[in-house]
Design a protein around this ligand. Sequence first.
Ligand SMILES: Nc1ncnc2c1ncn2[C@@H]1O[C@H](COP(=O)(O)OP(=O)(O)OP(=O)(O)O)[C@@H](O)[C@H]1O
Length: 365
Amino acid sequence: MNLSFLRLRNFRNYSDLTCRFSSQGIHVLHGKNAQGKTNLIEAIYYLSHLRSFRTQNQAQMITHGQNFFHMDARIETMRRKEDLKVILMPEKKHLYRWNEPVKKYSDFIGILNAVLFCPDDLMLFQQSPKMRRRFIDMELIKLSRVYTFTLNRYQKLLRQRNAILKNDRFDPILLQTLTNQMIKDQVVILSQREQYLKELMEKTQKFYHFFSKEKEEIDAKYITFVPMDENLEDSIHQAYQKHEKRDRLTHQTQVGIHKDDIDFHMNGISIKDIASQGQKRSLVLSMKLALCQIIYEKQKEYPVLLLDDVFSELDVSRSRQLISILPESMQVFISSTDKLDRSLFQNKDVRYYEIIQGHCKEESR
Ligand SMILES: Nc1ncnc2c1ncn2[C@@H]1O[C@H](COP(=O)(O)OP(=O)(O)OP(=O)(O)O)[C@@H](O)[C@H]1O
């Protein structure tokens, strides 16, 4: 999969930018600080996820003094071409595929499948459990329609259940009906989350060893409120029965997958307590490469890989290792303040784009 064309209007410091990219190879976006390199990476990420990795407030992405942004993109996959358009106004978002409006975000997310590494990813281990659940959900949403549907329904039911619990004179039959559906949904969500994490970590471990040459055992445990075994559904039922009194007292659903967490560990010790910044960086990069591999195995083509400022803290040997394991057929965007010497890329196909104050100029090869 690749992004072959991008036009941005009123997006951050790009008033009107048109770019064409080759279908594979490494695209180096280089330039001084505050010129718009990360803004460009953010725009591509946004087209894939309909959210930014830098802000919750999407209106911040609209150029100061304007009241909308406009993105047009051409995505090419092995099977088809896609024309995508997003128009964002402070209160509204309009999505189009081949100029036809797209009503549901879930029908748009993942048409462009982009995987991002950015320096803030290193916070994953320190952040709240919510961010670690999101780390899994963001990818499963793109990989499985059943997961997306089930997770959306679960979240809706959870809101309804909490609303019912806030009313002292609620209908117990309605509460039980909602609870039963939530239990079934959690069986699906838990199974998919656990399976995905297992696959991700198996692949991560291999990348980590190759990439960093370190011998540590890397793993992750999915932490939930019930044992993950063949009696999963019964165990969830029992947990809900056990907590029903507390749920009523606190007017909140006390147990469920909305409280789960992931414990990443190295040689059996929690990453947040033991790993150096360099080890965390190698690990997160390995997870991103593992994810690209999972996507390739499921969809028979690589996602677009976005590496924001990846080399600033990597030593030369790790930088070379990283470049050497990037698959030839994957389209990669790398932002950097340095122009990154061609020799770093060995024999890889590399193109340079200079970013200066919201303009992007491809350099002749
Ligand atoms: N909504 C906006 N409207 C106009 N300009 C904006 C907006 N948001 C950010 N900018 C501008 O974008 C620039 C920052 O761009 P970006 O974060 O892409 O920098 P960068 O090239 O990645 O720099 P660095 O190497 O320092 O990370 C700043 O000049 C900032 O003022």
